[in-house]
Design a binder for this molecule. Structure first.
Ligand SMILES: Cc1cc2nc3c(=O)[nH]c(=O)nc-3n(C[C@H](O)[C@H](O)[C@H](O)COP(=O)(O)OP(=O)(O)OC[C@H]3O[C@@H](n4cnc5c(N)ncnc54)[C@H](O)[C@@H]3O)c2cc1C
Length: 458
């Protein structure tokens, strides 16, 4: 762990204004006492630099002036706005100072440290796109992607907790929650309540809409019965988005989305999975046994759940892709530090052998290519463009690169890469999940091929 590279910032452009703001807040971010550092610094940055919000729903500058995207001078894909750069700086410091010391222990115990969850809330990382009026950071999608990537450089488990909470759970409530449920839940989701997204079941993974969980109407609302499998965050969560079929005669068009509060009678968590990787992230079976919920807990319209799930998961895939590029960067930097600073053989640093240098260069090039896909997909989503193929390509390629690079990184470190003293072997174990959740690699390939065929069919 001592060989972990503390900062690998050159990948992102960074302005001096942000550097000043970041450094003025640096002492606070490293202290668990001083909280919500991102939120504290943002207003000043906004006033002084007039950053653009590029979210589709917010096509205006943050000072309220209308914004025409065609006026914006194209910049490199990995160029961050000032608020995004600030986000990267703050999260990087938080990950290094607060998360890194606990990573190995959380992995061995297969448990997320509750203080990490608490501090993710305190740092403002659990409501990145949630408007400020609800206690969130009111930032854009790319800021969330930046945070997910930075966290994954240190711990992909913490990264996926933040990812699922922001890109799946918060987004669903923001898009489809009633005004009342938004008022009730968004402040909690931004400040103290972890969320889970419950779609998969024992019988339905890739074929998600073959789900068997049922909902029926009651006098006051709905009753849910069934089981969900592999649910991320479920052990920590107090809030669950649940997909259930209200009218099986309509097939997948009967699927609706509901909010279930953990404290509702009939709700239980029955089994925590033991996993190959991302061990600190909880993955459980969740049961619904005559769970009665009020009418207002319906998200959007009855029978539209399948459409919502498809749309939300399309966005979510960019988050998983960012988790994978962050992981690849972390694994690469960890090994690069070792071979270029610590380990000598045949009288020289092992990183000075040309055979090693070429592999390091090749791997870094692949990481940069994956990041270009990730940030291009994020920017297209924010610009309101069709990003489905881009998101699928980003997730597919990033998870492949993460697997390759983290595997090679173990070899670059020799025996030191194989033992559990450092993090090299953990990055590799953690990388495997990138090709599985939120759509397997085959499912991504299927999406890409289907869209290409449509494009190229006369
Ligand atoms: C750690 C972890 C966390 C998870 N978190 C969540 C969560 O929070 N919420 C949630 O709802 N789900 C979650 N999942 C479930 C996850 O989304 C599914 O595991 C995933 O969608 C794959 O489904 P499956 O496991 O049933 O695999 P299967 O669908 O059984 O696939 C098995 C193999 O068959 C291939 N395959 C299937 N269909 C096709 C096809 N049409 N063409 C070609 N190949 C195909 C797949 O690519 C795969 O290689 C999680 C899973 C894990 C392991």
């Amino acid at each position: 762990m001592a060989t972990f590279v503390r900062n690998l910032r050159p990948l992102a452009c960074r302005s001096s204004a942000v550097a000043a703001a970041a450094s003025s807040s640096s002492s606070s971010s490293s202290s668990p006492q001083v909280t919500r550092s991102i939120l504290r610094v943002l207003p000043a940055i906004r006033q002084s630099t007039r950053p653009l919000s590029s979210s589709q729903s917010r096509r205006q500058t943050t000072t309220g002036e209308p914004y025409d995207p065609t006026d914006v001078i194209p910049t490199p894909i990995t160029h961050f706005s000032e608020t995004e750069t600030l986000m990267a700086e703050q999260v990087s410091r938080f990950a290094q100072d607060v998360i890194l010391p606990k990573v190995r222990d959380m992995d061995e115990k297969e448990m997320m440290d509750p203080s990490i969850v608490e501090q993710c809330f305190e740092q403002g990382l659990m409501g990145i796109e949630v408007p400020e009026e609800y206690g969130g950071a009111g930032m854009n999608f790319t800021a969330a992607i930046v945070a997910i990537e930075e966290l994954a450089r240190v711990d992909p488990s913490v990264s996926v907790m933040v990812d699922v909470h922001n890109t799946l759970v918060n987004t669903t409530v923001l898009k489809y929650g009633t005004a009342e449920s938004q008022r009730k839940w968004l402040p909690k989701l931004a400040t103290n309540t972890v969320g889970s997204f419950c779609l998969s079941e024992p019988v339905s993974g890739s074929d998600a809409f073959a789900l068997k969980t049922r909902a029926e109407k009651t006098a006051d609302g709905y009753r849910i019965n069934g089981s969900k499998m592999w649910i991320t965050n479920s052990l920590e969560a107090g809030f669950f988005i649940v997909f259930a079929n209200l009218d099986p005669s309509k097939g997948y068009k009967g699927i609706s989305a509901f909010i279930v509060d953990k404290d509702t009678k009939g709700f239980s968590i029955s089994k925590k999975e033991k996993k190959l990787g991302i061990k600190a992230s909880s993955t459980c079976v969740v049961n619904f046994d005559d769970v009665d919920i009020p009418k207002g807990n319906l998200l959007g319209e009855e029978g539209q759940g399948y459409k919502y799930a498809i749309g939300i998961l399309n966005e979510g895939r960019i988050g998983i892709a960012a988790q994978m590029t962050g992981l690849a960067l972390g694994a690469w930097a960890n090994a690069a530090s070792y071979v270029w600073n610590d380990r000598k053989q045949f009288g020289q640093l092992v990183g000075e052998f040309q055979g090693m240098q070429h592999q390091l260069a090749q791997a870094y090039t692949e990481i940069c290519a994956a990041r270009a896909l990730v940030y291009n997909a994020a920017r297209k989503k924010e610009a309101g463009e069709d990003f489905v193929k881009d998101a699928a390509m980003a997730k597919l390629f990033s998870s492949q690169v993460a697997g390759r690079v983290s595997g090679q990184a173990i070899e670059w470190m020799g025996g030191m890469g194989f033992v559990r003293e450092g993090l090299a072997e953990k990055y590799w174990r953690d990388s495997k999940i990138g090709a599985i959740y939120e759509g397997t690699s085959n499912i991504q390939l299927q999406t890409i091929a289907r869209l290409l065929q449509k494009e190229y069919t006369h």
